[in-house]
Design a protein. Sequence first.
Length: 473
Amino acid sequence: MAPAGTASDTLDRPHFIGIGGAGMSGVAKVLTMRGARVSGSDTKDSPIVGALRELGATVHIGHAAGNVAADATGVVVSSAIRDDNLELVTARERGIPVVHRSDALAALMDGSRPIAVAGTHGKTTTTSMLAVSLRTLGLDPSYVIGGDLDAPGSSALHGEGEIFVAEADESDRSFHKYAPEVAIILNVELDHHANYASMDEIYESYQTFVDRVRPGGALVISADHPGARELTARVGGRDGLRVLTYGEDAGADVRVLAIEPHGLTSEVTVRLAESLGGAELTFTVSVPGRHYALNAVAALTAGAALDVPAAELAPALASYTGVKRRLQLKGTAAGVQVIDSYAHHPTEIAADLEAIRGGAGEGRVLVVFQPHLFSRTQELGTEMGEALALADASVVLDIYPAREDPVPGVTSALIIDAAARHGADVTAEHDRNAVPELIAGMTKPGDLVLTMGAGDVTDLGPEILARLQSPEN
């Protein structure tokens, strides 16, 4: 078996298995921009793969032993890559070091001032807000995000500034590899049931992440979220750690005084603690919903922890206008807006539906929901159904398995039954291809349609728009 690679000496000529994935492509992009000779493979072509090729990476479609170059210095994998993958087997047979994506990302952050963004929900948005606003201020950060800001491949950038902003993924404990100067923890909830059996395990994992914060660094953490407050109590008092809280709680270091919705934007007013300058600031968040407003406040607090003037960072946050799959408007047809949402956990589903409700006016909110993972549905299906009751009507697809095998007795019916018990108008649809016609028959001008979930439900947005635009509609 190949040795576990140390990223620092294996990334000159790396090969990425699954290079088109959100997290993998970002690391590959930064390495390519830094001059590494990057190769990789993926199961299908995509705009992200095209963007990597334009940067100079060699990308093969399909997995095969021959894709791993003879002079590859390392093979990069994520937790989604199975042990029997042909390219992984080949690397081991040849003695090529195998590096986890998180080790590669940790190596990229060496020599910088890293901000690592963790939490059950909101990581991509908060990381994106920081990346965009810091660039607006001319600080030229590097970043790796779990979603594209605008064009394919925009999930990552090698900047010349000293700040590096990255998502810190708790799902497989890979965030234990990072040593940030500032750690952000947005919320702490039970999720990723294949890897965590209890909240105690979740807390222990986050404590390990906090213990990795550099001496003299800061923990930015929610003052409102119950799980975050519990974690704060568990890690409080650590020598060399500065704890900065944010939220609506009266004792927060960056206290939210008001969040005023204005259609699909919000105006946020905060007061900073005396240790952060004591100012009161009002700024615009250009995406809807309280949860996104609070993500912006977390970003503001993290910037303050790195001595970025809050009075400059606050208005710069307005330059963030969204990330793909986070309440992204896909288009309008026949007076119906089609919006894409990555929400797949009950808390995320409820938050996005509440945000959209605020901007829907007199229109109805209709959801096409695709559950993600059998394990998550088994544990949280009832709560998902309850959250879907916030929509005017929902269509629920079969479970998107991703990396999991089916679990006997676990189907979308768990969600549908729970939604019905909470008074929801909910329809089961097993044929994905039937959805555009079904939605076209449900909608009327002024309605908003959300395609929601972490799987391939996102591909239905353009199909729904095309059906709405057809003469027969």
